[in-house]
Design a protein around this ligand. Structure first.
Ligand code: FES
Length: 150
């Protein structure tokens, strides 16, 4: 099996996996970074969202060979102590219900706010609409993104 050098949360690691292994499973099964969740496995729900070179991407839909040489950030790497402004806003607004989709939501929101620090309500809706929440906590998610932006 080929060895891939993967840079995750600032640290480069080598993994021996087949080239078509989704990076989601490399993170969870080989690096023990289980904050990134498996939802649908087909790029539809957003539970597996990570940052790739600062952009929100779906880790279930990218293979290890596609991300080699790029910089990955997972929810564990967003901040050492959950002090990222989006994480703080999430706590302030008390967003989660079951919590399963929250890492993906936060990764999408943080990448979005990095590029748009003064979003309109419509901007937030557009940015977050692809992240599904089975508890339908969408009002609180929206409020938290607004809070983090202010
Ligand atoms: Fe990747 Fe649903 S698990 S988008």
């Amino acid at each position: 099996m080929p060895a891939y050098q993967i840079k995750v949360n600032g640290e480069t690691q080598t993994v021996d996996v087949s080239e078509d292994t989704p990076i989601l499973w490399v993170l969870r099964d080989h690096m023990d970074l289980v904050g990134t969740k498996f939802g649908c496995g087909i790029g539809q729900c957003g539970a597996c969202t990570i940052h790739l070179d600062g952009y929100a991407v779906r880790s279930c839909s990218l293979t290890v060979s596609q991300v080699e040489g790029k910089s990955i950030t997972t929810i564990e790497g967003l901040s050492a102590d959950a002090s990222h402004p989006v994480q703080k806003a999430w706590k302030e607004v008390d967003v989660p219900q079951c919590g399963y989709c929250q890492a993906g939501q936060i990764m999408t929101a943080s990448a979005f706010l990095e590029r748009n620090s003064n979003p309109t309500s419509e901007d937030i809706k557009n940015a977050m609409h692809g992240n599904i929440c089975r508890c339908a906590a969408y009002t609180r998610i929206h409020k938290a993104v607004e809070t983090a932006a202010n």
